[in-house]
Write a protein that binds this ligand. Structure first.
Ligand SMILES: Cc1cc2nc3c(=O)[nH]c(=O)nc-3n(C[C@H](O)[C@H](O)[C@H](O)COP(=O)(O)OP(=O)(O)OC[C@H]3O[C@@H](n4cnc5c(N)ncnc54)[C@H](O)[C@@H]3O)c2cc1C
Length: 393
């Protein structure tokens, strides 16, 4: 075999997987059809657990000093009340950041190369190689072949690796929202601002170059109407947030609008003979919780651990265990994301719970811990914990 692992896709799922495997001495080939630095459709908030993993990987200061400001915390505004505060620190990481993907993905790619992975940019994988038993043993492009003991599809929502192996979806629901975002100068404040106001969500994330990423979501059913007048509908949504239209008018739009209505929620079968999926390829969800990157980092650690443990002995069993652990970890988050993406007003008991949380700074911090994934969601929303919160009202 040429390599122990070939990783297709070199962004937030693929590059850390390759880096972690290379750091453990495995021979890794990391391929991407893009040339880096390269942007991708994404508003790029990094929750504190993602910053903690970057710290563990020795990359925190590179990311934190890349020009994006540390965010003092969140304002999650539901109209009648807002949950605000700093999220809990995790393993020495205290702040969320919103780092442009041109910056973040290049740092991760370079870290994989520095760890010893062979990196090939501008290289498109067109199909998989198989042995006589049907086991995946490599990849090919227009003018190359490479062989490995495991091929990892970190190739995003429309994964070629997933398509080639026929990986099935489960726990799947179609796109519930559509969104447009752009960047403004002179608008960023100290917080990540998230407003859920009827059938519009509006987000302001301060990012690199003194810009703020401003994002608007609507129900998927309204996508065609929205895109008939993107700027008009975008500014109408912004107008629902007190003071934000004035802030944007005083600032300056610095980039074009980008949008999508292709944000389904699903798990995909993510292991089989000689292959595995990580990141969006295996687990995709609506961007409303801004967790895709954080979850891709966690997925990369789970998969790298599994491949490292399985290569000398029983790779297929290790990959099956990887999928089991990933699903156990993320199923509650997938369901919460799906519920939030419905944009339905919360049931009266949930609205009462959120209002009680909003009234308590200490409880707001605990709630933000569940939203960022550092407290397990089932634990936070367990009946005894809800009873505890409501008893403080
Ligand atoms: C509008 C929007 C906003 C979002 N906002 C946030 C947010 O604020 N915070 C957050 O955490 N997440 C956010 N997300 C989610 C996040 O962007 C994704 O979860 C994340 O990009 C997934 O990373 P990935 O590495 O799995 O896949 P991708 O980032 O999609 O990367 C896949 C890579 O594979 C490469 N590739 C694909 N096919 C091939 C091939 N055949 N050969 C070679 N290379 C190939 C592509 O070139 C690409 O570079 C958002 C998503 C959207 C759509």
């Amino acid at each position: 075999m040429d390599f122990d692992a070939i990783v297709v896709g070199a962004r937030v799922a693929g590059a850390p997987t390759a880096m972690l495997l290379a750091r453990r001495g495995h021979r890794v080939l990391l391929l991407d059809r893009a040339a880096f630095p390269s942007d991708v459709l994404s508003t790029h908030l990094l929750h504190v657990p993602a910053m903690a993993l970057l710290r563990q990987w020795g990359l925190h200061s590179l990311v934190a000093e890349s020009g994006a400001p540390p965010l003092a915390g969140f304002r999650m505004d539901f109209g009648p009340f807002a949950i605000s505060g700093p999220p809990p620190a995790v393993d020495g990481a205290a702040h969320p950041y919103c780092v442009r993907r041109t910056v973040l993905d290049k740092i991760l790619l370079d870290a994989a190369a520095a760890a010893g992975a062979t990196v090939r940019e501008s290289t498109t994988v067109q199909g998989l190689l198989r042995d006589d038993t049907g086991r995946v043993v490599g990849v090919h492009g227009a003018d190359f072949e490479a062989r490995a003991r495991v091929v990892v599809g970190a190739d995003g929502l429309h994964s070629l690796v997933a398509r080639e192996v026929g990986a099935a979806l489960y726990d799947a629901t179609p796109s519930a929202t559509a969104c447009y975002y752009t960047y403004y100068r002179g608008v960023a404040g100290p917080l990540a601002e998230i407003y859920q106001l009827g059938d519009r969500a509006v987000v302001v994330f301060p990012t690199n170059d003194d810009l703020a990423c401003v994002f608007v979501a609507c129900p998927a059913a309204q996508f065609h109407d929205f895109r008939a007048d993107i700027e008009g509908n975008f500014l109408a949504a912004v107008g629902r947030v007190p003071g934000l239209a004035d802030r944007l008018a005083a600032g300056e739009r610095a980039e074009r609008f980008r949008g999508t209505a292709d944000v389904p929620n699903f798990f995909r079968t993510s292991h089989g003979p000689g292959w595995a999926l990580v990141g969006d390829a295996g687990y995709h969800k609506d961007p409303c919780t801004a967790s895709g990157i954080t979850d891709a980092f966690v997925g990369a650690t789970l998969l790298a651990d599994a491949i490292d443990a399985g290569l000398p002995s029983d790779l297929d069993a290790a990959l099956a265990e990887y999928q089991r652990r990933r699903d156990e970890r993320f199923l509650p988050a997938l369901h919460l994301t799906r519920d939030l993406a419905s944009m339905e007003p919360p049931a009266p008991e949930m609205a009462a719970l959120f209002a009680t949380i909003a009234a308590s700074p200490a409880e707001s911090i605990r709630f933000l811990g569940a939203m960022q994934g550092s407290t397990p969601i089932p634990e936070y929303f367990a009946p005894d914990n809800i009873a505890r919160i409501m008893s403080t009202a």
